[in-house]
Write a protein that binds this ligand. Structure first.
Ligand code: HAM
Length: 411
């Protein structure tokens, strides 16, 4: 016997009966960003590796060990996109979107790739929906994007969700704070995990994220970035909070919130769901005021988020559902077979969902098939050109002209 293949580790097929749930999440998100004036963008699945090295940051886990990177036939290093913000910013710069009225508001949905250890809620190919508001540093933009994710949560009815927010300050304020934090960590390096110790110089903030016991104890007493914000950052953060309160969006202030990407400045936020295990964040994001200039564009402040479709589905656990036809066309006499396929084609072109057996079964088999597909009505063609229309639920039956079918109310 030939060897069978399986979907690659950390990837999954979305089978037809799960597709309704997947689509519901993506379509709800799209409707939410479109009614808020966000255009939809799709960027390529792979990009120059350098975009992510520079955009996401060399010191992040994503760039250090999670990228699917390969060389193409021309010897160029390409990477399957691990996230969407750097590609959207690359597109913003490439297409001169800074000349458009600002802010430029964009939404996207698609597959992303990270070579992580798979577990519930964590995959190597996963789906994100996301929005980016590019070209303003106003706290109104922070408020708007957070409000959109909040709307998604309530519109889908995701239970047990909490919003956490924090501020990382501007790059300058953060730089001076990082020196304070580094010297605090260096003085206590003996108590830290090896991983955190190794990264004191390159990414000390990640120490707040560590689940190592000794590190956690050290971090309880660590200096907080929130106490080192400069006046402008503090005011910006205060305004974001005031807007959230005015908008009735509940949040928790989290002074140790950190995120796994280097580009964040000022506001960061995270929506976590208590129905999920270790991978409890359904979505999050923040401001990235330095990213576009880092990618060769003009100084352009921006803010956005992305959410994980699979995690939302885990939290929602929607019912599976396969599409069923409105009406199933069947025939008894082989001479009516052609009439049946022509009728089905006409009905479908008129926008009706019409079923037919395409396996060559006899009438009994066709009717069984109609039942299996969940058709609500069946029309059996008679040799005299008429048809018997049967409501499957009640068995009630009437003789009709098949040509009238498209005009009937099939509810
Ligand atoms: P992120 O926090 O890396 O941010 O990912 C956003 C969301 O994607 C997470 O909250 C999670 O729901 C989902 N996610 C991430 N990794 C996985 C995985 N391996 N398996 C399943 N789901 C996953 C970003 O990607 C930023 N680009 C967000 C952003 C947009 N910031 C500003 N604008």
């Amino acid at each position: 016997v030939a060897e069978k293949f399986k979907a690659s580790k950390g990837t999954a097929d979305i089978l037809p009966d799960a597709m309704a749930g997947h689509r519901l999440v993506v379509e709800t998100a799209r409707a939410i960003w479109e009614r808020a004036g966000y255009g939809t963008i799709e960027t390529p699945i792979f990009e120059d590796t350098g975009l992510f090295q520079r955009g996401v940051g060399d010191s992040t886990d994503i760039v250090r060990k999670e990228m699917f990177t390969f060389e193409d036939q021309g010897g160029r290093s390409l990477t399957l996109r691990p996230e969407g913000t750097a590609p959207v910013c690359r597109a913003f710069v490439e297409h001169g979107m800074s000349r458009l009225p600002q802010p430029v508001k964009l939404g996207y949905a698609g597959s992303f790739f990270r070579h992580e250890k798979p577990q519930a809620g964590r995959y190597r190919q996963f789906h994100q929906i996301g929005v980016e508001a590019i070209g303003t540093e106003s706290p109104l933009a922070d408020f708007e994007v957070i409000a959109l994710l909040d709307e998604l949560v309530s519109e889908l009815g995701i239970p047990g969700v909490t919003l956490r927010i924090g501020s990382l300050g501007s790059l300058d304020a953060r730089r001076s704070y990082l020196e304070v934090l580094k010297s605090y960590l260096r003085e206590r390096s003996g108590e830290l995990s090896e991983d955190v110790r190794e990264r004191i110089e390159i990414n000390p903030l990640r120490a707040f994220d560590s689940d190592h016991e000794g590190t956690a104890v050290v971090m309880e007493g660590a200096p907080r970035l929130i106490d080192h914000l400069d006046d402008a950052d503090r005011q910006h953060f205060d305004e974001v909070q005031a807007l959230l309160r005015a908008g009735g969006i509940e949040f928790e202030l989290d002074t140790t919130l950190v995120r796994g990407l280097d580009y964040y400045t000022r506001t960061i936020f995270s929506f976590v769901c208590d129905r999920l295990g270790a991978q409890s964040e359904i979505g999050g994001g923040g401001r990235y005021d330095g990213l576009i200039s880092q990618l060769g564009g003009p100084e352009t402040p921006a803010v956005g988020w992305a959410a994980g479709v699979e995690r939302i589905l885990l939290a929602l656990d929607p019912e599976t559902e396969t599409p069923s036809p409105d009406v199933f066309i069947a025939w008894a006499d082989e001479g009516d077979r052609e009439r049946a396929v022509v009728l089905v084609r006409e009905l479908r072109l008129k926008g009706l969902s019409a079923g037919i057996d395409i396996a060559g079964r006899n009438l009994k088999g066709q009717l069984k098939q109609a039942d299996r597909t969940g058709a609500r009505w069946t029309l059996i063609l008679n040799t005299d050109g008429s048809g018997e229309l049967k409501r499957m639920e009640t068995g009630e039956q009437q003789t009709i002209d098949p040509g009238d079918l498209a005009g009937l109310d099939l509810n």
